[in-house]
Design a protein around this ligand. Structure first.
Ligand code: NOJ
Length: 538
Protein backbone atom coordinates (compact mmCIF):
# COMPACT_ATOMS: atom_id res chain seq x y z
CA UNK A 1 0.00 0.00 0.00
CA UNK A 2 1.54 3.34 -1.04
CA UNK A 3 2.04 5.31 2.17
CA UNK A 4 1.01 8.61 0.64
CA UNK A 5 -2.59 7.45 0.29
CA UNK A 6 -2.95 7.69 4.06
CA UNK A 7 -3.14 11.46 3.81
CA UNK A 8 -4.33 11.87 0.22
CA UNK A 9 -7.16 14.12 -0.87
CA UNK A 10 -7.78 13.94 -4.61
CA UNK A 11 -8.85 16.65 -7.02
CA UNK A 12 -10.39 15.36 -10.25
CA UNK A 13 -9.71 17.42 -13.36
CA UNK A 14 -11.62 17.22 -16.62
CA UNK A 15 -8.83 18.68 -18.77
CA UNK A 16 -11.13 20.11 -21.44
CA UNK A 17 -12.65 22.50 -18.94
CA UNK A 18 -10.09 23.41 -16.32
CA UNK A 19 -7.81 26.16 -17.61
CA UNK A 20 -6.96 27.25 -21.14
CA UNK A 21 -3.52 28.88 -21.40
CA UNK A 22 -3.18 29.15 -25.19
CA UNK A 23 -6.52 30.77 -25.96
CA UNK A 24 -7.90 28.03 -28.20
CA UNK A 25 -11.04 27.63 -26.08
CA UNK A 26 -10.18 24.30 -24.53
CA UNK A 27 -8.22 23.51 -21.36
CA UNK A 28 -4.65 22.22 -21.56
CA UNK A 29 -1.95 20.57 -19.48
CA UNK A 30 -0.05 23.81 -18.96
CA UNK A 31 -3.31 25.15 -17.56
CA UNK A 32 -3.25 22.42 -14.93
CA UNK A 33 0.39 23.07 -14.11
CA UNK A 34 -0.40 26.76 -13.70
CA UNK A 35 -3.04 25.97 -11.08
CA UNK A 36 -1.05 23.51 -8.96
CA UNK A 37 -0.48 26.13 -6.25
CA UNK A 38 -4.22 26.80 -6.09
CA UNK A 39 -4.91 23.07 -5.71
CA UNK A 40 -2.26 22.68 -3.04
CA UNK A 41 -3.52 25.68 -1.10
CA UNK A 42 -7.04 24.30 -1.23
CA UNK A 43 -5.73 21.24 0.60
CA UNK A 44 -5.66 18.65 -2.19
CA UNK A 45 -2.42 16.74 -2.62
CA UNK A 46 -3.31 14.36 -5.44
CA UNK A 47 -4.85 14.63 -8.90
CA UNK A 48 -6.89 12.39 -11.13
CA UNK A 49 -6.81 13.70 -14.67
CA UNK A 50 -9.50 12.38 -17.04
CA UNK A 51 -8.12 10.88 -20.29
CA UNK A 52 -5.70 13.23 -22.01
CA UNK A 53 -4.54 10.83 -24.75
CA UNK A 54 -4.83 11.10 -28.49
CA UNK A 55 -8.44 10.32 -29.41
CA UNK A 56 -11.21 11.16 -31.88
CA UNK A 57 -13.17 12.27 -28.78
CA UNK A 58 -16.43 10.50 -29.46
CA UNK A 59 -16.56 9.73 -25.73
CA UNK A 60 -14.59 12.69 -24.37
CA UNK A 61 -11.30 10.78 -24.64
CA UNK A 62 -12.50 7.45 -23.24
CA UNK A 63 -12.01 6.28 -26.82
CA UNK A 64 -8.22 6.13 -26.99
CA UNK A 65 -6.40 6.16 -30.32
CA UNK A 66 -2.89 6.15 -28.89
CA UNK A 67 -2.31 5.22 -25.25
CA UNK A 68 1.16 6.69 -25.20
CA UNK A 69 0.57 10.08 -26.78
CA UNK A 70 -0.96 13.19 -25.26
CA UNK A 71 -3.79 14.61 -27.38
CA UNK A 72 -2.40 17.61 -29.27
CA UNK A 73 -5.30 19.75 -28.06
CA UNK A 74 -3.94 19.40 -24.51
CA UNK A 75 -0.25 19.80 -25.37
CA UNK A 76 2.60 17.31 -25.69
CA UNK A 77 4.04 14.41 -23.75
CA UNK A 78 6.76 16.80 -22.59
CA UNK A 79 4.07 19.06 -21.08
CA UNK A 80 2.68 16.11 -19.15
CA UNK A 81 6.14 15.12 -17.86
CA UNK A 82 6.63 18.73 -16.77
CA UNK A 83 3.27 18.60 -14.99
CA UNK A 84 4.37 15.44 -13.13
CA UNK A 85 7.60 17.17 -12.10
CA UNK A 86 5.94 20.40 -10.94
CA UNK A 87 3.28 18.45 -9.05
CA UNK A 88 5.91 16.37 -7.28
CA UNK A 89 7.81 19.49 -6.24
CA UNK A 90 4.66 20.53 -4.39
CA UNK A 91 4.02 17.11 -2.85
CA UNK A 92 1.15 16.40 -5.26
CA UNK A 93 0.74 12.92 -6.78
CA UNK A 94 -0.81 12.47 -10.20
CA UNK A 95 -3.04 9.63 -11.41
CA UNK A 96 -3.88 9.27 -15.08
CA UNK A 97 -7.01 7.59 -16.38
CA UNK A 98 -6.43 4.05 -17.64
CA UNK A 99 -8.96 2.63 -20.08
CA UNK A 100 -8.20 -1.10 -20.21
CA UNK A 101 -11.48 -2.45 -21.61
CA UNK A 102 -11.69 -0.83 -25.02
CA UNK A 103 -9.97 1.47 -27.45
CA UNK A 104 -11.24 3.79 -30.11
CA UNK A 105 -12.18 2.13 -33.38
CA UNK A 106 -9.37 4.32 -34.79
CA UNK A 107 -6.67 2.70 -32.66
CA UNK A 108 -4.04 1.04 -34.93
CA UNK A 109 -4.52 -2.27 -33.06
CA UNK A 110 -8.15 -2.27 -34.07
CA UNK A 111 -7.43 -1.26 -37.65
CA UNK A 112 -5.06 -4.25 -37.88
CA UNK A 113 -7.57 -6.48 -36.16
CA UNK A 114 -10.18 -5.64 -38.81
CA UNK A 115 -7.98 -6.97 -41.61
CA UNK A 116 -8.85 -10.21 -43.30
CA UNK A 117 -5.33 -11.54 -43.19
CA UNK A 118 -4.37 -12.99 -39.83
CA UNK A 119 -1.88 -10.77 -38.00
CA UNK A 120 -0.51 -9.98 -34.57
CA UNK A 121 -3.68 -8.08 -33.60
CA UNK A 122 -6.33 -10.44 -34.98
CA UNK A 123 -7.14 -11.66 -31.45
CA UNK A 124 -6.62 -8.35 -29.65
CA UNK A 125 -10.40 -7.70 -29.71
CA UNK A 126 -13.41 -9.94 -29.18
CA UNK A 127 -14.61 -11.13 -32.57
CA UNK A 128 -17.41 -13.55 -33.36
CA UNK A 129 -16.50 -15.75 -36.26
CA UNK A 130 -18.68 -14.45 -39.06
CA UNK A 131 -20.58 -11.38 -40.06
CA UNK A 132 -23.97 -13.12 -40.15
CA UNK A 133 -23.92 -14.28 -36.52
CA UNK A 134 -27.31 -12.72 -36.00
CA UNK A 135 -28.09 -14.82 -32.95
CA UNK A 136 -25.71 -12.51 -31.09
CA UNK A 137 -26.44 -9.24 -32.80
CA UNK A 138 -29.82 -8.99 -34.50
CA UNK A 139 -28.30 -7.22 -37.47
CA UNK A 140 -25.69 -7.81 -40.11
CA UNK A 141 -22.51 -6.14 -38.94
CA UNK A 142 -20.21 -6.28 -41.94
CA UNK A 143 -18.15 -3.14 -41.63
CA UNK A 144 -14.72 -4.72 -41.68
CA UNK A 145 -12.74 -6.47 -44.31
CA UNK A 146 -12.59 -9.37 -41.86
CA UNK A 147 -15.59 -11.70 -41.85
CA UNK A 148 -16.82 -11.33 -38.30
CA UNK A 149 -18.49 -9.06 -35.80
CA UNK A 150 -16.77 -7.42 -32.91
CA UNK A 151 -18.05 -6.87 -29.43
CA UNK A 152 -18.61 -3.34 -28.13
CA UNK A 153 -17.64 -2.36 -24.62
CA UNK A 154 -19.54 0.92 -24.33
CA UNK A 155 -20.41 3.22 -27.24
CA UNK A 156 -20.28 1.93 -30.78
CA UNK A 157 -16.88 3.59 -31.28
CA UNK A 158 -15.37 1.47 -28.45
CA UNK A 159 -14.59 -2.14 -29.47
CA UNK A 160 -13.89 -4.47 -26.53
CA UNK A 161 -10.32 -5.59 -26.02
CA UNK A 162 -9.99 -9.35 -25.73
CA UNK A 163 -9.24 -10.60 -22.24
CA UNK A 164 -11.24 -13.76 -22.99
CA UNK A 165 -14.30 -15.35 -21.41
CA UNK A 166 -14.66 -16.95 -18.02
CA UNK A 167 -16.65 -19.91 -19.27
CA UNK A 168 -16.61 -19.87 -23.05
CA UNK A 169 -19.93 -21.06 -24.44
CA UNK A 170 -19.28 -20.49 -28.13
CA UNK A 171 -16.46 -21.76 -30.31
CA UNK A 172 -15.28 -18.20 -31.07
CA UNK A 173 -14.98 -17.27 -27.39
CA UNK A 174 -11.49 -17.74 -25.99
CA UNK A 175 -10.71 -18.81 -22.47
CA UNK A 176 -9.24 -15.98 -20.44
CA UNK A 177 -6.22 -18.24 -20.01
CA UNK A 178 -5.55 -18.32 -23.75
CA UNK A 179 -2.12 -16.89 -24.65
CA UNK A 180 -3.76 -14.33 -26.97
CA UNK A 181 -5.74 -12.95 -24.00
CA UNK A 182 -2.62 -12.93 -21.86
CA UNK A 183 -1.02 -10.82 -24.56
CA UNK A 184 -3.76 -8.20 -24.22
CA UNK A 185 -2.95 -8.04 -20.54
CA UNK A 186 0.76 -7.68 -21.27
CA UNK A 187 -0.03 -4.84 -23.69
CA UNK A 188 -1.94 -3.11 -20.90
CA UNK A 189 0.97 -3.56 -18.52
CA UNK A 190 3.26 -2.05 -21.12
CA UNK A 191 1.07 1.08 -21.27
CA UNK A 192 1.09 1.34 -17.48
CA UNK A 193 4.85 0.98 -17.34
CA UNK A 194 5.27 3.64 -19.98
CA UNK A 195 3.52 6.32 -17.89
CA UNK A 196 4.86 5.12 -14.53
CA UNK A 197 8.38 5.28 -15.93
CA UNK A 198 7.70 8.88 -16.95
CA UNK A 199 6.67 9.94 -13.47
CA UNK A 200 2.96 9.23 -13.18
CA UNK A 201 1.88 7.94 -9.74
CA UNK A 202 -0.79 5.48 -10.74
CA UNK A 203 -4.18 5.20 -12.40
CA UNK A 204 -7.88 5.58 -12.03
CA UNK A 205 -9.14 2.52 -13.89
CA UNK A 206 -12.17 2.77 -16.15
CA UNK A 207 -14.78 -0.04 -15.96
CA UNK A 208 -12.22 -2.08 -14.06
CA UNK A 209 -14.69 -4.86 -13.25
CA UNK A 210 -15.41 -5.77 -16.81
CA UNK A 211 -12.35 -7.14 -18.60
CA UNK A 212 -13.04 -10.88 -18.82
CA UNK A 213 -16.47 -11.45 -20.36
CA UNK A 214 -19.10 -14.08 -19.71
CA UNK A 215 -21.25 -15.02 -16.73
CA UNK A 216 -19.30 -14.90 -13.50
CA UNK A 217 -20.72 -13.16 -10.50
CA UNK A 218 -17.37 -13.27 -8.72
CA UNK A 219 -15.48 -11.78 -11.65
CA UNK A 220 -12.80 -14.44 -11.16
CA UNK A 221 -11.02 -13.91 -14.48
CA UNK A 222 -10.97 -10.11 -14.19
CA UNK A 223 -9.72 -10.35 -10.59
CA UNK A 224 -6.86 -12.61 -11.70
CA UNK A 225 -5.71 -9.96 -14.15
CA UNK A 226 -5.65 -7.26 -11.48
CA UNK A 227 -3.83 -9.52 -9.03
CA UNK A 228 -1.13 -10.01 -11.62
CA UNK A 229 -0.94 -6.27 -12.25
CA UNK A 230 -0.78 -5.56 -8.54
CA UNK A 231 2.17 -7.90 -8.33
CA UNK A 232 3.92 -5.88 -11.00
CA UNK A 233 3.25 -2.69 -9.03
CA UNK A 234 4.34 -4.16 -5.69
CA UNK A 235 7.60 -5.31 -7.22
CA UNK A 236 8.50 -2.46 -9.55
CA UNK A 237 6.37 0.53 -8.52
CA UNK A 238 5.47 0.11 -4.83
CA UNK A 239 4.41 3.75 -4.51
CA UNK A 240 1.99 3.62 -7.46
CA UNK A 241 -1.71 3.66 -6.63
CA UNK A 242 -4.76 2.20 -8.34
CA UNK A 243 -8.37 3.27 -7.86
CA UNK A 244 -11.13 1.32 -9.54
CA UNK A 245 -14.41 2.20 -11.12
CA UNK A 246 -16.05 -0.90 -9.70
CA UNK A 247 -18.15 0.07 -6.63
CA UNK A 248 -17.67 -3.31 -5.04
CA UNK A 249 -14.71 -3.07 -2.63
CA UNK A 250 -14.99 -6.70 -1.61
CA UNK A 251 -14.09 -7.74 -5.15
CA UNK A 252 -11.92 -4.84 -6.27
CA UNK A 253 -9.73 -4.51 -3.18
CA UNK A 254 -9.18 -8.23 -2.83
CA UNK A 255 -8.17 -8.19 -6.51
CA UNK A 256 -5.41 -5.71 -5.72
CA UNK A 257 -6.86 -2.21 -6.02
CA UNK A 258 -5.90 0.20 -3.27
CA UNK A 259 -9.12 2.18 -3.48
CA UNK A 260 -12.58 1.70 -4.95
CA UNK A 261 -15.10 4.44 -5.73
CA UNK A 262 -18.43 4.71 -4.02
CA UNK A 263 -20.47 5.47 -7.13
CA UNK A 264 -24.08 6.37 -7.64
CA UNK A 265 -24.93 2.80 -8.65
CA UNK A 266 -27.98 1.23 -7.04
CA UNK A 267 -27.18 -0.34 -3.64
CA UNK A 268 -24.21 1.84 -2.74
CA UNK A 269 -26.23 4.28 -0.65
CA UNK A 270 -24.36 7.12 -2.29
CA UNK A 271 -27.32 8.80 -3.96
CA UNK A 272 -29.25 9.02 -0.69
CA UNK A 273 -26.72 11.55 0.61
CA UNK A 274 -27.28 14.34 -1.86
CA UNK A 275 -28.91 13.03 -5.02
CA UNK A 276 -31.94 11.25 -3.77
CA UNK A 277 -34.16 11.71 -6.76
CA UNK A 278 -35.68 8.32 -6.14
CA UNK A 279 -39.26 9.52 -6.42
CA UNK A 280 -38.54 11.99 -9.10
CA UNK A 281 -38.91 11.71 -12.84
CA UNK A 282 -35.28 12.80 -13.14
CA UNK A 283 -34.28 9.43 -11.81
CA UNK A 284 -35.75 7.30 -14.53
CA UNK A 285 -32.34 5.82 -15.25
CA UNK A 286 -31.45 5.48 -11.51
CA UNK A 287 -28.23 7.47 -11.71
CA UNK A 288 -29.93 10.80 -12.30
CA UNK A 289 -27.59 11.40 -15.21
CA UNK A 290 -29.97 13.30 -17.38
CA UNK A 291 -31.02 16.88 -17.47
CA UNK A 292 -34.69 16.51 -16.61
CA UNK A 293 -36.06 18.88 -14.03
CA UNK A 294 -36.00 17.62 -10.48
CA UNK A 295 -39.03 17.87 -8.24
CA UNK A 296 -37.44 19.08 -5.03
CA UNK A 297 -40.53 18.11 -2.99
CA UNK A 298 -39.69 14.46 -3.42
CA UNK A 299 -35.97 14.81 -2.71
CA UNK A 300 -35.14 13.03 0.53
CA UNK A 301 -31.38 13.53 0.35
CA UNK A 302 -29.84 13.33 3.80
CA UNK A 303 -28.18 16.72 3.41
CA UNK A 304 -31.28 18.61 2.24
CA UNK A 305 -32.42 20.69 5.17
CA UNK A 306 -36.07 19.89 4.53
CA UNK A 307 -35.45 16.45 3.04
CA UNK A 308 -36.33 14.41 6.16
CA UNK A 309 -33.45 12.22 5.12
CA UNK A 310 -32.57 8.98 6.81
CA UNK A 311 -28.88 8.16 7.27
CA UNK A 312 -29.67 4.45 7.64
CA UNK A 313 -30.47 4.33 3.94
CA UNK A 314 -26.83 5.25 3.40
CA UNK A 315 -25.24 3.25 6.21
CA UNK A 316 -27.09 0.01 5.41
CA UNK A 317 -25.34 -0.05 2.04
CA UNK A 318 -22.11 1.69 2.95
CA UNK A 319 -21.09 -0.18 6.11
CA UNK A 320 -20.64 -3.60 4.44
CA UNK A 321 -18.46 -1.90 1.83
CA UNK A 322 -16.48 -0.12 4.52
CA UNK A 323 -15.99 -3.41 6.40
CA UNK A 324 -14.81 -5.07 3.18
CA UNK A 325 -12.31 -2.26 2.67
CA UNK A 326 -11.05 -2.69 6.20
CA UNK A 327 -10.66 -6.45 5.80
CA UNK A 328 -8.74 -6.02 2.56
CA UNK A 329 -6.51 -3.19 3.75
CA UNK A 330 -7.90 -0.83 1.17
CA UNK A 331 -10.06 2.25 1.00
CA UNK A 332 -13.50 3.34 -0.13
CA UNK A 333 -13.33 6.59 -2.06
CA UNK A 334 -16.29 8.89 -1.60
CA UNK A 335 -16.65 11.50 -4.34
CA UNK A 336 -18.32 14.90 -4.31
CA UNK A 337 -19.35 14.00 -7.84
CA UNK A 338 -17.51 13.17 -11.05
CA UNK A 339 -17.64 13.80 -14.79
CA UNK A 340 -20.43 11.20 -15.09
CA UNK A 341 -22.72 12.37 -12.30
CA UNK A 342 -24.77 15.50 -11.67
CA UNK A 343 -23.01 18.13 -9.60
CA UNK A 344 -24.22 18.20 -5.98
CA UNK A 345 -25.22 21.86 -6.44
CA UNK A 346 -28.01 20.56 -8.65
CA UNK A 347 -30.02 19.88 -5.52
CA UNK A 348 -28.14 21.35 -2.58
CA UNK A 349 -27.68 25.01 -1.68
CA UNK A 350 -24.45 26.36 -0.20
CA UNK A 351 -25.41 25.70 3.42
CA UNK A 352 -26.34 22.12 2.57
CA UNK A 353 -23.18 21.64 0.54
CA UNK A 354 -21.01 22.72 3.46
CA UNK A 355 -22.48 19.99 5.65
CA UNK A 356 -22.30 17.38 2.90
CA UNK A 357 -18.62 18.17 2.37
CA UNK A 358 -17.99 18.19 6.13
CA UNK A 359 -19.28 14.61 6.12
CA UNK A 360 -17.41 13.43 3.01
CA UNK A 361 -14.09 14.86 4.16
CA UNK A 362 -14.29 13.49 7.69
CA UNK A 363 -15.09 9.95 6.60
CA UNK A 364 -12.46 7.21 6.29
CA UNK A 365 -11.00 6.24 2.92
CA UNK A 366 -9.53 8.50 0.27
CA UNK A 367 -11.93 11.25 -0.82
CA UNK A 368 -12.21 12.82 -4.28
CA UNK A 369 -13.26 16.40 -5.00
CA UNK A 370 -14.42 17.17 -8.55
CA UNK A 371 -13.10 20.49 -9.95
CA UNK A 372 -15.58 23.28 -9.40
CA UNK A 373 -17.46 21.55 -6.60
CA UNK A 374 -15.33 23.56 -4.17
CA UNK A 375 -17.24 26.68 -5.22
CA UNK A 376 -20.56 24.91 -5.82
CA UNK A 377 -20.60 25.13 -9.61
CA UNK A 378 -23.99 24.43 -11.06
CA UNK A 379 -25.15 21.51 -13.16
CA UNK A 380 -26.24 23.15 -16.43
CA UNK A 381 -28.96 22.03 -18.79
CA UNK A 382 -27.00 22.10 -22.03
CA UNK A 383 -26.82 20.06 -25.22
CA UNK A 384 -24.52 17.07 -25.44
CA UNK A 385 -20.82 17.33 -26.30
CA UNK A 386 -18.43 14.48 -27.16
CA UNK A 387 -20.77 11.73 -26.02
CA UNK A 388 -21.60 13.41 -22.75
CA UNK A 389 -25.42 13.58 -23.05
CA UNK A 390 -26.86 14.23 -19.58
CA UNK A 391 -23.32 14.28 -18.18
CA UNK A 392 -22.32 17.35 -20.18
CA UNK A 393 -23.91 19.69 -17.64
CA UNK A 394 -21.27 18.67 -15.09
CA UNK A 395 -18.36 19.30 -17.48
CA UNK A 396 -18.49 23.07 -18.07
CA UNK A 397 -15.48 25.41 -17.73
CA UNK A 398 -14.04 26.15 -14.31
CA UNK A 399 -15.10 29.52 -12.95
CA UNK A 400 -11.98 31.30 -11.79
CA UNK A 401 -12.75 34.99 -11.81
CA UNK A 402 -15.27 37.58 -12.84
CA UNK A 403 -13.45 38.46 -16.05
CA UNK A 404 -13.88 37.22 -19.61
CA UNK A 405 -15.19 33.64 -19.78
CA UNK A 406 -14.99 33.63 -15.98
CA UNK A 407 -11.22 33.42 -16.25
CA UNK A 408 -11.22 30.07 -18.03
CA UNK A 409 -9.96 31.20 -21.44
CA UNK A 410 -9.11 34.18 -23.60
CA UNK A 411 -10.92 32.77 -26.62
CA UNK A 412 -14.09 34.28 -28.11
CA UNK A 413 -16.99 32.95 -26.03
CA UNK A 414 -18.43 31.19 -29.10
CA UNK A 415 -15.17 29.26 -29.49
CA UNK A 416 -15.18 27.70 -26.03
CA UNK A 417 -15.29 23.93 -25.67
CA UNK A 418 -18.46 24.46 -23.63
CA UNK A 419 -20.02 27.77 -22.60
CA UNK A 420 -19.46 29.01 -19.09
CA UNK A 421 -22.32 29.30 -16.61
CA UNK A 422 -24.23 32.35 -17.91
CA UNK A 423 -26.00 33.22 -14.64
CA UNK A 424 -25.17 36.59 -13.10
CA UNK A 425 -24.49 34.89 -9.78
CA UNK A 426 -22.26 32.14 -11.17
CA UNK A 427 -19.86 31.32 -8.31
CA UNK A 428 -16.18 32.08 -8.86
CA UNK A 429 -12.97 31.32 -7.03
CA UNK A 430 -12.17 35.04 -6.96
CA UNK A 431 -15.36 35.95 -5.09
CA UNK A 432 -15.27 33.06 -2.70
CA UNK A 433 -11.64 33.60 -1.78
CA UNK A 434 -12.64 37.01 -0.41
CA UNK A 435 -15.49 35.72 1.75
CA UNK A 436 -14.32 33.94 4.92
CA UNK A 437 -17.66 32.17 5.17
CA UNK A 438 -17.78 30.92 1.57
CA UNK A 439 -18.09 27.30 0.57
CA UNK A 440 -14.53 27.44 -0.76
CA UNK A 441 -13.06 28.71 2.50
CA UNK A 442 -15.10 26.32 4.63
CA UNK A 443 -13.95 23.40 2.52
CA UNK A 444 -10.37 24.61 2.76
CA UNK A 445 -10.64 24.55 6.57
CA UNK A 446 -12.04 21.02 6.46
CA UNK A 447 -9.29 19.74 4.18
CA UNK A 448 -6.61 21.29 6.35
CA UNK A 449 -8.13 19.70 9.46
CA UNK A 450 -8.05 16.33 7.73
CA UNK A 451 -4.31 16.75 7.20
CA UNK A 452 -3.73 18.08 10.70
CA UNK A 453 -5.45 15.27 12.64
CA UNK A 454 -4.20 11.76 11.90
CA UNK A 455 -7.50 10.38 13.16
CA UNK A 456 -9.24 12.11 10.26
CA UNK A 457 -7.15 10.77 7.42
CA UNK A 458 -7.75 7.64 5.36
CA UNK A 459 -7.38 4.97 8.07
CA UNK A 460 -10.39 2.72 8.59
CA UNK A 461 -11.11 3.77 12.18
CA UNK A 462 -14.82 4.56 11.87
CA UNK A 463 -17.21 3.90 14.73
CA UNK A 464 -20.86 4.78 14.38
CA UNK A 465 -22.02 6.21 17.70
CA UNK A 466 -25.53 7.46 17.05
CA UNK A 467 -27.42 6.67 13.86
CA UNK A 468 -31.08 5.76 13.92
CA UNK A 469 -33.73 5.36 11.30
CA UNK A 470 -35.38 8.69 10.49
CA UNK A 471 -33.74 10.25 13.53
CA UNK A 472 -31.12 12.96 13.89
CA UNK A 473 -28.37 13.85 14.60
CA UNK A 474 -25.74 11.55 13.15
CA UNK A 475 -22.71 10.97 15.39
CA UNK A 476 -19.59 8.97 14.56
CA UNK A 477 -16.09 8.64 15.87
CA UNK A 478 -12.75 8.67 14.09
CA UNK A 479 -10.12 7.55 16.58
CA UNK A 480 -10.44 9.98 19.49
CA UNK A 481 -12.59 12.50 17.68
CA UNK A 482 -16.38 12.69 17.85
CA UNK A 483 -18.12 14.11 14.80
CA UNK A 484 -21.76 15.17 14.91
CA UNK A 485 -23.97 16.45 12.09
CA UNK A 486 -27.46 17.87 12.02
CA UNK A 487 -28.50 18.64 8.44
CA UNK A 488 -32.10 19.57 9.37
CA UNK A 489 -33.77 22.90 10.05
CA UNK A 490 -34.57 21.91 13.64
CA UNK A 491 -32.38 21.60 16.68
CA UNK A 492 -31.52 17.95 17.44
CA UNK A 493 -30.41 16.24 20.67
CA UNK A 494 -28.81 12.86 21.32
CA UNK A 495 -28.41 11.42 24.82
CA UNK A 496 -24.79 10.54 24.34
CA UNK A 497 -21.69 11.54 26.24
CA UNK A 498 -19.04 13.05 23.99
CA UNK A 499 -15.87 14.97 24.74
CA UNK A 500 -16.14 18.65 25.49
CA UNK A 501 -13.41 20.37 23.53
CA UNK A 502 -14.77 21.70 20.27
CA UNK A 503 -12.13 21.55 17.59
CA UNK A 504 -14.20 22.85 14.72
CA UNK A 505 -17.80 23.74 14.00
CA UNK A 506 -20.08 24.90 11.20
CA UNK A 507 -23.42 26.46 11.90
CA UNK A 508 -25.60 27.37 8.96
CA UNK A 509 -29.06 27.32 10.56
CA UNK A 510 -31.01 30.27 12.03
CA UNK A 511 -29.37 32.62 9.56
CA UNK A 512 -31.97 35.36 9.98
CA UNK A 513 -29.41 38.11 9.98
CA UNK A 514 -28.76 37.81 13.71
CA UNK A 515 -25.34 36.76 14.91
CA UNK A 516 -24.33 33.13 14.31
CA UNK A 517 -25.84 30.77 16.89
CA UNK A 518 -23.58 28.32 18.70
CA UNK A 519 -23.47 25.04 16.82
CA UNK A 520 -23.57 22.83 19.86
CA UNK A 521 -24.47 22.51 23.53
CA UNK A 522 -22.80 19.69 25.39
CA UNK A 523 -23.69 18.28 28.83
CA UNK A 524 -22.16 15.27 30.58
CA UNK A 525 -24.79 13.02 29.02
CA UNK A 526 -26.11 14.76 25.93
CA UNK A 527 -25.29 16.81 22.90
CA UNK A 528 -27.61 19.29 21.21
CA UNK A 529 -26.92 20.54 17.73
CA UNK A 530 -28.29 23.77 16.31
CA UNK A 531 -30.14 23.62 12.97
CA UNK A 532 -27.83 22.76 10.07
CA UNK A 533 -24.69 22.32 12.09
CA UNK A 534 -21.56 20.21 12.30
CA UNK A 535 -18.95 19.75 15.03
CA UNK A 536 -15.73 17.92 15.66
CA UNK A 537 -15.20 17.30 19.37
CA UNK A 538 -12.35 15.83 21.35
C1 NOJ B 1 -16.74 5.34 -17.45
C2 NOJ B 1 -16.27 6.73 -17.67
O1 NOJ B 1 -16.23 7.41 -16.43
C3 NOJ B 1 -17.21 7.36 -18.66
O2 NOJ B 1 -17.05 8.74 -18.75
C4 NOJ B 1 -17.03 6.67 -19.99
O3 NOJ B 1 -17.98 7.17 -20.89
C5 NOJ B 1 -17.23 5.15 -19.85
N1 NOJ B 1 -16.60 4.60 -18.69
C6 NOJ B 1 -16.67 4.42 -21.04
O4 NOJ B 1 -15.26 4.47 -21.03
Amino acid sequence: MPKWLQDAIFYEIYPQSFNDTNGDGIGDLDGITEKLDYIKELGCNALWINPCYDSPFKDAGYDVRDYKKVAPRYGTNADLYRLFGEAHKRGIHVLLDLIPGHTSEEHPWFRESQKQEHNEYSERYVWADHTFRIEHYPYVAGESERDGIYMLNFYKCQPALNYGFFNPTEPWQMSYKDPACQQTKEALKDVMRFWLDHGCDGFRVDMANYLVKGEDENRTGTCEIWKDIRQMLDTDYPEAALVSEWANPKQSLSAGFHMDFLLNNPNTGYSTLMRDYSNSKANENTSGVNNKKIDSNTDRSFFKKDGHGDIMRFLDDYMPMYEAAKENNGYVSIITCNHDTPRPRRTLDYSELKLAYAFIFTMPGVPFLYYGDEIGMRYLNIPTKEGGYGRTGSRTPMQWSNGKNLGFSNAFPEDLYLSVDPSPDAPTVEDQQKDPNSLLNTLKELLHLRHEYNDLNAQNNLEIIYAKKETLPLIYKRGNLFIAINPSEEEQTADIATGNTIIYSICEGNTDGSSQPAAVTITSSSITLAPQSFVIIK
